[in-house]
Structures are given as C-alpha cells and as structure tokens.
Design a protein around this ligand. Sequence first.
Ligand SMILES: C[S@@+](CC[C@H](N)C(=O)[O-])C[C@H]1O[C@@H](n2cnc3c(N)ncnc32)[C@H](O)[C@@H]1O
Length: 243
Amino acid sequence: MLNYDVEAERYDATRGGVPRAEAAARAVLRLVPDGARTLLDVGCGTGLVTERLVRPGLRVIGVDASAGMAATAVGRVGRAVVLGDSRQLPFASGSLDAVSAVWLLHLLPDAAEVVAECARVLRPGGVFITTVDKDAAHPADTDVDALLAPHVIPDAYDEAGAVVGWAAGHGLRPGAETSFTGHGQGRSPALTVEKVRAGYFASALEFSPRQAQGVIDGLSALPDQHTPRPDPVYRLLALGKDG
Ligand SMILES: C[S@@+](CC[C@H](N)C(=O)[O-])C[C@H]1O[C@@H](n2cnc3c(N)ncnc32)[C@H](O)[C@@H]1O
C-alpha cells in the first residue's frame, strides 16, 4: 500500500478533487437509509468525500489510519475525525446507523476483517456501504488499460462476490447498488508511466522489473501521451444488517 502520510499532500489533486468527491458522496447518500442519524466514513482520507456527506439530521464521523490524511480531514470535518484502524473501530457494537468505505477495501489483504468490524458497529437495520471491484472499473478497452490488463492481480481484495460472502457471515445482506464516475481518473500514457515507476499500482498490478519496463515502453509508444482516457465508473454496494 502507498504511504498515505506522504500521499496526503497530493491526494486531492491526483484523485479527481472535488468533482470525484462530489460524485462519490452523492452515490453514498443514495444508499444511506432515510432517517439514518449516524454515518461513519471509514478510511475517510483527506475528508474531501466525508465533508460532502451532508443531509439534515445526519451526523458524520470520519476515521482513518493515516495521521497525514486524518490531519487534512480534521481541517475539513473538524473534531468528527478520529485516527483509527478500520479493523478495530473505536465505536461500540450496534451503535451506528450507517458505515461507508470508499476506495478502502481494495487496499487491504485483510478486507474480510474490515467487513466484520463494520458489521459489528452497525445497529440491526443499519447499512454498510462500500466500493467493490475498484480496479476492475478500468476495463481493458482503452489502449492504456489494455497494456496493464495482463498484469492485473486476480482475486482483488475488494472483489464483489468475496465482500458479499464475508458480509453474509456477519448478518449483512446485499441491498441496493449504485455507481459513481471517477472524475479525473482516466489514465493518460505519460502519467501511467510515472505511476508504474512510483509503485502506485502495487495493490492492483504485478510486474517483474522486466515486465514493468515492457509496459513502460508500450505506454511510451502510445499516441496522445498527455490525454487522459475516459473516466472509470466505480461500483458501490449497500449491505443491510439483519434487523
Ligand atoms: C484511497 S484512500 C480513500 C480515501 C477516501 N475514502 C476517498 O475516497 O477519498 C484510502 C484511505 O484508507 C486509509 N486506510 C488504509 N488502511 C486503513 C485501515 N486499516 N484503517 C483505516 N484507514 C485505512 C488510508 O490512510 C487512506 O486515507
């Protein structure tokens, strides 16, 4: 996983900024049940999405394991942000109406533990809302993604079937589903070369040094080096806790 303490400084500028955050927050809110009074945003990052999870009567709290990311979130969301690990949430069992996790599970080899912990803090009737299949949102139908596709690690940590299976083990049943556009996440060849070199894809792609060089050479030969390809669309699932 990237070092998010370091990443914090450039995170918003490189992850689609406000347009992506607004799209993600609107999608989460579509899945938060009417009447919910508490929403915990797990892996809240810089709080750019969290601060947009606004609805009358809804109190939103963020939690993140990175001090750098959480410090930025505090500037946006105030004291409703806590430093903590999603595998050991500092909340009582059955205490929350909704929990969201946007772009978190794909990073974690122990994503099953996070699902269990989110289920624990939800009250009966509460809802866990999470992105799934994040990296599959880049289908291999652009020239850039076609070069990366052979190196995609199978069995992503946030594979939808696996997430639904773990959730079922903790009394969470699949409910509604929605999606949001990853504004600014379409890949240009030049930026993708930089990201391959920087190890940005560590949780999604696997290359030997030689394969990485082959990908870099292929990307460098593509036309329109600085033109991003179309934005991906991300999947968001709601899993409701048995009442
Ligand atoms: C890709 S960012 C997503 C941030 C935010 N949800 C968004 O959509 O902008 C992933 C975040 O998860 C946090 N994170 C990683 N592992 C975590 C863990 N075990 N518990 C809590 N947060 C974690 C990282 O620090 C980072 O801020």
